[in-house]
Design a protein around this ligand. Structure first.
Ligand code: GLU
Length: 422
């Protein structure tokens, strides 16, 4: 029986995830017996988050924390603040965390949280109250050994500091390991902020090498110029690529000769978006998908590469910095057109990998250098991608299905060994 509490469609996030799981069943052998486990989140918590606003009103927000799987270790995954957050979206994001963590072989299950709110409408004081009340409400299921939140869309190190403090005050002991992505002076890890973008670059570099795409001089388009998109763009720029187009919630910009990132990055920090950047022309949002480029990096939200856009894309390589940016129908079109997709569940795993390093450093109270972190990150991402590539070659399947095959096998083998109890 399908779950009664969500109504997925073929291109909604949970629907997309279910299709991805169905595609992997033929490669699971006898472990396929356990596959239904992956189609049901272990634990789903919905909380009311009431706060007193600066003007005295009492406002209520809907919050979620979904623990999709705790089979391979504690839950792990970010918390997203966005007005369009829904339970169904958080379920899919939590499931993609299970796959991602298993694909990179981190000792974690998968979880995700979110609040249905536009944080840009809140004062700093209201944002702090929202974060603290939400943390208290989900406090019954999170913890350094239970479930470890982290930043995601519209959440950052300050929000993690408030979460860590609230959890610590409520439990009576300083627990730095309850969240990752914290400020450096509070048990955060060097390299964490840029880790997701770095992972996008590392997997992109490896994929480009395999398809004989020269990075020097390659044209790159980036959707989303937040933490992930901007860091990936900078690393590609340093490697000799030309960033010709960028799009975010403020608009789309284009420059055939490439942006000067040393000017664009501060412009985005100062104004909140790419729109109005003096070193580029404004461009129509839909035309962004027609831009002449070799590498497309969707690093914003879900379902951006629709079937129609997949038919028009000029790139040879798509690097999924975002979670779930490509719908299943679009995925098939890209595969048919010979456009290689490095899927989210490996491409953007750099963030959670350095979150894992942060969690380990917090437990051992011994901190690594940034070089050490970047080196270990590179090694883990390259090794994980190699195994996925071999699996794809062996079965003649896409990198996405191969990543699911590697990850689901790990999750379900653990499930089988643990057995059903009680
Ligand atoms: N939000 C990030 C992701 O989607 C990082 C999660 C984490 O570090 O736990 O992978």
């Amino acid at each position: 029986m399908p779950l009664s509490y969500v109504n997925p469609t073929s291109d909604s996030p949970w629907g997309t995830y279910l299709t991805q799981v169905d595609r992997v069943i033929p490669y699971l052998g006898p472990l396929a017996r356990w596959v239904e486990t992956l189609k049901r989140p272990k634990r789903t918590l919905i909380v009311d988050v009431p706060i007193e606003m600066d003007d005295g009103r009492i406002a209520h927000y809907e919050g979620y924390r979904v623990q999709h799987s705790l089979t391979r270790g504690p839950g792990k995954g970010g918390v997203r603040y966005h007005p369009d957050v829904t339970l169904e979206e958080v379920m899919a994001l939590s499931a993609w965390m299970s796959i991602k963590n298993a694909a990179v072989n981190l000792p974690f299950g998968g979880a995700k949280g979110g609040i249905r709110v536009d944080p840009k409408q809140l004062s700093l004081n209201e944002l702090e109250k929202l974060t603290r009340r939400y943390t208290s409400e989900i406090g019954i299921i999170i913890g350094p050994q239970q479930d470890i939140p982290a930043p995601d869309v519209n959440t950052d190190a300050q929000i993690m500091a408030w979460m860590m403090d609230t959890y610590s005050m409520n439990t009576g002991a300083t627990a730095t390991g309850v969240v990752t992505g914290k400020p450096i002076h509070l048990g955060g890890s060097l390299g964490r902020v840029k880790a997701t973008g770095r992972g996008v670059f590392v997997t992109g570099r490896e994929a480009a090498r395999r398809i004989h795409l020269e990075i020097i001089g390659a044209k790159v388009a980036v959707q989303g110029f937040g933490n992930v998109g901007s860091s990936a763009a900078e690393l590609f720029g340093q490697a000799g690529a030309i960033i010709v187009a960028a799009q975010d919630h403020t608009g789309s910009i284009f420059n055939a000769r490439g942006f000067d990132l040393s000017l664009l990055v501060p412009h985005v920090k100062a104004t909140g978006g790419v729109a109005g950047f003096a070193g580029a022309e404004a461009m129509d949002n839909e035309s962004f998908w027609d831009v002449d480029c070799q590498i497309m990096i969707p690093a914003a939200l879900e379902n951006q590469i629709t079937a129609a856009r997949a038919n028009r894309l000029k790139a040879r390589l798509v690097l999924e910095g975002a979670n779930g940016p490509t719908g299943s129908a679009a995925d098939d079109i890209l595969a048919d057109r010979g456009i290689l997709v490095v899927p989210d569940v490996i491409c953007n795993a750099g963030g959670v990998t350095v979150s894992y390093f942060e969690w380990v450093q917090d437990f051992s109270s011994f901190f690594w250098t940034e070089d050490e972190i970047n080196m270990r990150l590179d090694k883990i991402m390259v090794g994980a991608l190699r195994k996925i590539w071999d699996t794809a070659d062996q079965h003649q399947i896409t990198l996405r299905t191969a990543t699911f095959a590697v990850a689901c096998e790990r999750i379900l083998a653990a499930r089988q060994s643990r057995g059903l109890y009680p």
